[in-house]
Design a protein around this ligand. Structure first.
Ligand code: NIG
Ligand code: FE
Length: 416
């Protein structure tokens, strides 16, 4: 048994095991001088410190949180952290004024990471991914969704998905896998995207489903990548194989992707920087959860952040995630995303906390397991070096996360 006592604020997010919207987003269930009890890796009680102290037995390990904020581990609902190499040349070219699209057209971008990822073995890919899993844990992420999409052949996509599974098994970071074979048109299909779409549908989806390597299927629906019809085609087939859907939509151009997400009843529609009022209304009709990724707007040096306030006003259960990837969002840090959400998107600190914990968990179908400090849930929690949860959004550029616990065990070796 483990007890944590004397949190200045125990940020529980206690409440229904589902996504929160509207005013619920600001209800963090804070217990001042709070504590919690962990048994068998799960939270068994939350309450005031004196109440929790009264339940301790002689053999209970007691941790004094020393007047710090204690909160649930972050759930990062959109990442592409399994890839080889980096995109330092693209990064420097953007600083010289080239755009993400221009770099992609001349062979940089996603396709250059595909070449690097194809060239390494599963073991080498795992070594690189473990280092990044360590970065995520260190910044307070205890569960991460992770997408394939840098292989674009059956074998290379399976290789990435196996690494995602192994990260979940061999490190404290819990992973949820998404198949993103439709991330870009690979070079060998450059002039025949229709054949690549057929290959995804006829060969990749059945194989990924048979090997149970992913729960979700995603498509990069964007001009120059996969158009609306191709996206619909892939995702309808994915549904028939039992995958749930997440989608990259309206990132660089407004191509009507939000409306398609609503039509297909996707779990999430992600990015949404260019989505108009009609698109937001469509999402609201189908209760699709928006996943907002301000890290990619920031790192691309763009100005247009997604319209979080309109989405919240429309009753949508917004999520914030890193989009951790080598091209458009090289960050593992949820605290940085929270800072951007508050300063650039005018979300309140409380809304940003809900959007990075319980709402993200709900979008991954894990709201009964993680995302809040409710009795019965996995004891994934953080001790942060601050007294008030708003400090997590206020101080920026470094992490206040001091200690990370996964299933009641302190994570010490962040690289697994
Ligand atoms: O979410 N938009 C597509 N995929 C990533 C970028 C991936 C990359 O540039 O490598 C994103 O921004
Ligand atoms: Fe992405």
């Amino acid at each position: 048994m483990l007890a944590v006592l004397h949190a200045s604020q125990l940020v529980t997010l206690a409440g229904p095991a589902r996504a929160r919207s509207g005013p619920e987003l600001t209800e963090l269930g804070i217990i001042s001088d709070g504590g919690l009890l962990v048994e068998n890796g799960r939270i068994s009680r939350i309450g005031k410190s004196d109440e929790i102290a009264g339940l301790c037995r002689p053999q209970t390990e007691v941790i004094d949180a020393g007047g710090c904020v204690v909160m649930p581990g972050f759930v990062d609902a959109h990442t592409h952290f399994v890839f080889a190499g980096d995109r330092l040349d693209d990064f420097e070219a953007r600083a010289r004024g080239e755009s993400y699209e221009q770099i992609a057209r001349r062979g940089g971008g996603i396709r250059s990471t595909v070449a690097a990822t194809r060239a390494v073995s599963e073991e080498e890919l795992l070594v690189q991914a473990k280092k990044r899993a360590g970065w995520m844990l260190q910044n307070g992420t205890t569960t991460a969704e992770a997408k394939s999409g840098y292989g674009l052949t059956i074998e290379d996509e399976l290789k990435i998905l196996r690494v995602i599974r192994r990260i979940g098994a061999e490190t404290p970071l819990q992973t949820v896998a998404t198949f993103l074979g439709a991330h870009a048109i690979p070079d060998e299909f450059r002039h025949d995207s229709a054949s690549y779409v057929s290959q995804i549908i006829e060969q990749m989806l059945p194989r990924v489903a048979r090997e149970e390597l992913a729960e979700y299927c995603d498509v990069f629906c964007e001009h120059g990548y996969f158009d609306i019809d191709q996206t619909r085609h892939v995702l309808k087939a994915a549904k028939q194989h039992g995958f749930k859907l997440r989608m990259h939509v309206d990132q660089l151009t407004n191509g009507g992707g939000a409306r398609l997400a609503a039509e297909l009843n996707a779990a999430t529609a992600d990015h949404l920087e260019q989505t108009d009022a009609d698109g937001i209304a469509a999402l609201a009709t189908s209760q699709v959860q928006p996943v907002l990724l301000p890290g990619s707007v920031y790192a691309l040096g763009a100005k247009k952040y997604p319209n979080a306030r309109t989405m919240i006003d429309a009753g949508l259960a917004v999520i914030l995630a890193t989009d951790f990837n080598p091209g458009s969002s090289p960050t593992a840090a949820m605290p940085m995303i929270i800072s951007l959400a508050v300063t650039q998107m005018k979300m309140s600190p409380a809304e940003a906390i809900s959007a990075t914990t319980i709402n993200a968990a709900a979008s991954l179908n894990r709201a009964t397991e993680i995302g809040s400090l409710d009795p019965g849930k996995r004891a994934n929690f953080l001790i942060c070096d601050c007294r008030d949860y708003r400090e997590l959004a206020y101080w920026f550029g470094f992490s206040l996360v001091r200690e990370v616990f996964v299933a009641g065990k302190q994570v010490t070796n962040f690289a697994g």
